[in-house]
Ligand binder design. Structure first.
Ligand code: PFF
Length: 440
């Protein structure tokens, strides 16, 4: 149970409430959602199970675990590079994750100040523009958020936070359900649902398919060794299959519910569905502003979202910190500060992407667009590909069967997916999308 809570704490975060709705909005809805769900089940689940079993067998940080298991199977210890790439992916993801974590903290303050009371769409957008346009404001909250994350990891008190998740994730879900009730009354609920659940495959590009797959990895926290690092603490007797399924169901339910809340609000207020990363920060404040008790309710919602983002940020830091502590014999405090400050500095690129450097564009767009694309659409899928290859082809049948509890039907299904479906699926989607992608 503690393990499921910890991994759920990592999985449920900005990916569900912030990124899933805005990416779904950008890629046209229904078909994107369907591909996302397919990726969670056919690729995400088997890869998550692989990460957990690798982590539990290695019982070290991801870099050392990959080297150890490579040797145990009589293969190369060079598999450690896979752990290393995961560590780098974590650092890059955290760089912008912290910026948006900072947004959620900033919005607690904004809601409490009452700026959104009875606000119109144009007012809410003006507040967003003023905040986003000021690199000092965005940078300040990025600094606060990163500081809090470093603090927890340095002190090694994640345990307390993970236990707090037991209350926070369900409460966040409850608030989402209440918001869902509000969305149902906007008069545009059916429109929102139709957008999300009516697939139009003629509009689906390979780029969208890749983005849906990347989103599945990101949302489940897989492809970079974070779940592997948690797996190192999993007791022998716990079922990996059941744990992974519980996490995937909780994570997916929250993402889908967030979409069902946000899209009707978009249609009801005539907003731009492709607004991008700030979609959440336009739609929800608008709704809270119109609700009775919206100030308190909205502040509570953003407090919980900040906590959810915080627990995810901590797991993003954790694998890099574990690696520096074990390899370079540093204290947790030193390692957390070193890595955290590095993430913070890289994050300044994202802070500036919406103001001072918004016209500085290359390859995929702004600095944020590039780091986002590189991590979510390249590093995580490729990380997942190699994790699947490792668990399916490098590790022996005996080793994996031992971890997954024998050779029953679910084991055979997992092995089939991890050996064939996941690697070919990931590679096919990746190559198709990259081949057709115009990078500038
Ligand atoms: N899964 C988190 C979210 O959806 O917000 C993001 C994340 C956390 C990704 C930890 C990767 C990770 F290792």
């Amino acid at each position: 149970m503690a393990f499921v809570l910890a991994v759920t704490g990592s999985a449920v975060g900005l990916g569900n409430l912030w990124k899933f709705p805005y990416t779904t909005g950008q890629y046209g809805g229904g078909a994107f959602v369907l591909v996302y769900l397919g990726c969670v089940i056919l690729i995400g689940m088997p890869v998550m199970m692989s990460e957990i079993l690798i982590g539990r067998r290695g019982r070290r940080n991801p870099v050392a675990t990959m080297a150890l298991l490579g040797a145990e199977e009589g293969k190369s210890t060079n598999w450690s590079w896979l752990g290393a790439i995961g560590v780098i992916a974590g650092v890059l993801i955290l760089s912008y994750y912290s910026v948006y974590g900072g947004y959620t903290v900033a919005y607690i303050v904004k809601i409490l100040s009452g700026v959104f009371s009875n606000a119109k769409a144009t007012d809410v957008i003006a507040v967003r523009d003023a905040f986003e346009g000021s690199w000092v404001s965005v940078g300040l909250f990025h600094t606060i958020f990163m500081g809090l994350s470093i603090f927890v990891v340095a002190r090694g008190v994640e345990g307390g936070l993970e236990r707090a998740n037991k209350f926070m994730v369900p409460t966040l879900f409850l608030l989402l359900i209440i918001l869902l009730g509000y969305s149902m009354n906007t008069g545009h609920f059916a429109e929102g649902l139709a957008f999300m659940f009516t697939p139009d495959f003629s509009k689906l590009t390979w780029e969208a398919v890749l983005a849906a797959m990347g989103q599945a990895f990101f949302s489940l926290s897989i492809g970079m060794g974070a779940v592997m690092a948690y797996g190192a603490y999993l007791p022998e007797e716990t079922s990996i299959t059941t744990s992974a399924a519980a996490v995937a169901v909780a994570d997916t339910t929250i993402a889908i519910t967030a979409g069902m809340v946000i899209f009707p609000l978009v249609f009801a207020n005539g907003l731009d569905i492709g607004a991008g990363p700030s979609l959440l920060f336009i739609t929800l404040p608008l709704a809270f502003g119109q609700m009775t008790g919206g100030t308190i309710f909205g502040a509570l919602f953003f407090v919980l979202l900040s906590f959810a983002a915080w627990t995810s940020a901590i797991s993003l830091l954790e694998s890099a910190v574990a690696w520096v502590v074990e390899k370079y014999k540093r204290s947790r405090a030193e390692a957390a500060t070193l890595i955290g400050v590095t993430c913070w500095a890289i994050g300044l690129g994202t802070v500036l992407s919406f103001n001072v450097l918004k016209d500085f564009r290359f390859l995929r767009g702004t600095i944020y667009d590039n780091i986002d694309f590189l991590t979510i659409n390249v590093m995580l899928p490729l990380g997942g590909l190699f994790i699947a290859i490792f668990a399916g082809w490098v590790m022996s049948r005996n080793s994996t069967a031992e971890e997954l509890g024998g050779a029953g039907t679910s084991y055979r299904l997992w092995r089939l997916l991890v050996r064939f479906a996941a690697p070919t699926g990931i590679l096919f989607i990746f190559l198709k999308a990259i081949g057709l992608l115009k990078l500038s």
